[in-house]
Ligand binder design. Structure first.
Ligand code: NDP
Length: 297
């Protein structure tokens, strides 16, 4: 058996197409959703991510503003930039690209973002709302992307046993909260596993839907997956590979070639969660703009 390949690239393209239509309608009523992405320093990976977000936003008609600050910027200056964006009526979504330099307190910065403009969903107010099952909260983009990927490809998690491997604040924990909500895309039975879970394979084998976000290349092998399970691979890892021009290849946390022989459906890396995460950032920005217009009227 070879699994159905769940293409994040295609799913994200269709989400972006719908969003583009919504943005055009909003612009006809004089509302242009605006996204500000703040980059501190010149880390090449962060720069590349920010560039992709900017391009994706602009392509669907969102007004995108990129703010690049020196790696030596102090906390107060950064807080000043955020305060300016909080009160800027052209900006509906603010994203501070992480990680920040060590001399800046990340939690202080995330806390300073207006929760209504927090399109990354990392502000403690939004984290708390999500944990209590709020239906309209701005939720973190990657876990939201997992839910959209499942729903749009015919794998509704309702009533299914979903095992998530990884308990980070960016992926595992918020995904568990999303899956537990009493809304479409939720109503799953959820198990969260992590590095202290004994006999992990025994846990993952029980999953109808297995989501893996640990950051270890090809960690999940065939014998850890129940035959017929749906497998979503969130991991993005660089593995040295002399055969590739750039000297490395990208791979997920799941051993794709092995697991595709036992799963009923599987998302690839690359072309899986990466494009979905960006699509959900755009979706959060459009939602934030609509809410801000509603609150003004
Ligand atoms: P973190 O390092 O923050 O968390 C990793 C989690 O995996 C932790 O909960 C850790 O457990 C768990 N873990 C580590 N080793 C094992 C193990 N041997 N067995 C079981 N659990 C283990 O990572 P992130 O959540 O930020 O990212 C995870 C992966 O997802 C990375 O590859 C990252 O690049 C990718 N990613 C992809 C995104 C996308 O857009 N596609 C977005 C965000 C992340 P413990 O808590 O016990 O330490």
């Amino acid at each position: 058996m070879s699994a159905e390949i769940i293409s994040g690239k295609e799913t994200a393209a269709s989400i972006r197409e719908n969003l583009n239509k919504r943005v055009m309608e909003l612009r006809e009523s004089e509302i242009t959703p605006g996204l500000a992405v703040v980059l501190v320093g010149d880390d090449p990976a962060s720069k590349a991510y920010v560039g992709m977000k900017d391009k994706a936003a602009t392509e669907i008609g969102i007004y995108s503003r990129q703010i690049t600050l020196s790696k030596d910027v102090n906390e107060d200056e950064l807080l000043g930039v955020i305060s300016g964006l909080n009160s800027d009526p052209d900006i509906h979504g603010i994203l501070v690209q992480l990680p920040l330099p060590v001399h800046i307190d990340e939690s202080k910065i995330l806390m300073a973002i207006d929760p209504d403009k927090d399109v990354d969903g990392f502000h403690p107010i939004n984290v708390g709302l999500l944990a209590t099952g709020d239906k309209d909260v701005l939720a973190p983009c990657t876990p939201q992307g997992v839910i959209e990927m499942l729903m749009r490809n015919g794998h509704d998690p309702a009533g299914k046993h979903v095992v998530i491997v990884g308990r980070s604040n960016i992926v595992g924990r918020p995904l568990a909260s999303l899956l537990l909500r009493k809304v479409s895309g939720g109503n799953a039975t959820v198990t969260v596993a992590h590095s202290r879970t004994p006999d992990l394979g025994n846990v993952t084998q029980k999953a109808d839907i297995l989501v893996v976000a640990i950051g270890i290349p090809e960690f999940i092998k065939r014998d850890m997956v129940k035959p017929g399970a749906v497998v979503i691979d969130v991991g993005i890892n660089r593995v040295e590979d002399a055969k590739h021009e750039r000297g490395y290849r990208l791979t997920g946390d799941v051993h794709f070639d092995e697991v595709k022989e036992v799963a009923s459906a599987i998302s690839p890396v690359p072309g899986g969660m990466g494009p979905m995460t960006i699509a959900m950032l755009l979706s959060n920005t459009v939602d934030a703009a609509i809410r801000s217009a509603r609150d003004r009227n």
